[in-house]
Design a binder for this molecule. Structure first.
Ligand code: PEP
Length: 254
């Protein structure tokens, strides 16, 4: 059975003190909720990982992740951080290919494929982001765009490797804009992604992969989106910075 997941991408927000406060609040709310139906992943800036992992060790029920990594293990890459370094600081998941990385840092599908390999070779979980821009949605080419992103970055993986990834469908036009895909639009794309994986691999593999929706998920729309057959949770940006809102999104699974 695939897992339900709610992951909070803090992006470039929160001082250490603010991050610690937010993580403490969220972990307390998760404990109070006794949430068992969804994994909760907090994805702070790299530099907070170590402290947050110390702080959260005894809280259980949580995972920590990073927002990006370099494709190589180590070397002369000033300013970069590798998957193994993230692991050594307590991270278990790494977002790969967020649309902000694709857009502002020109990350190509070929580079993302290398990053995915690096995450997997460290026995960590990549959360691979894909999604079309508004121009594509307007001319109805969203499946062609997302299909190509998936083929280029993921379809070199073995059956065993692809079974270990999480996919996040994040239409670019819905990220941070307040515009959410309708539950039906999300379901259609998630079903398309799953059927593409079935075609390349097997139905069993496709059915085991968690596919998250991301793009302006809020407490008031999470339940409807998460209730779709092929939607297994969310990658949450803005709303993950408020402990209550984030928890109300997690509660959508209760
Ligand atoms: C994101 O950055 O992955 C995201 C979904 O952001 P937001 O929830 O703010 O749209």
């Amino acid at each position: 059975m695939r897992k339900n997941i709610v992951a909070g991408n803090w992006k470039m927000n929160c001082s250490l003190e603010e991050g610690q406060k937010l993580a403490t609040e969220v972990s307390q709310l998760v404990l109070d909720l006794g949430q068992k139906d969804a994994e909760v992943i907090l994805i702070p800036p790299f530099i907070h990982l170590s402290k947050l992992s110390e702080q959260m060790q005894s809280d259980g029920n949580f995972y920590l992740g990073a927002q990006n990594c370099h494709q190589n293990e180590h070397g002369a890459y000033t300013g970069e951080v590798s998957a193994s370094m993230i692991k050594s600081c307590g991270g278990t998941h790494i977002i790969i290919g967020h649309s902000e990385r694709r857009e502002y840092f020109q990350e190509s599908d070929a580079l993302l494929a290398e990053k995915i390999n690096s995450v997997l070779s460290n026995d960590m979980t990549p959360i691979f982001c894909c999604g079309e821009r508004l121009e594509s949605r307007e001319v109805n080419t969203q499946e062609a765009v997302v299909g190509e992103q998936i083929r280029n970055a993921l379809f070199h993986l073995s059956a065993d490797q692809i079974s270990k990834i999480v996919i996040a469908y994040e239409p670019v036009w819905a990220i941070g804009t307040g515009k959410t895909a309708t539950a039906q639009q999300a379901q259609e794309m998630h079903a398309f992604i799953r059927s593409s994986i079935t075609e390349k691999y097997t139905n069993e593999i496709a059915n085991g992969i968690s596919i998250l929706y991301g793009g302006s998920v809020k407490p008031d729309n999470a339940k409807e989106i998460f209730s779709q057959d092929d939607v297994d949770g969310g990658l949450i940006g803005g709303a993950s910075l408020k402990a209550r809102d984030f928890m109300d999104i997690v509660k959508a699974f209760n």
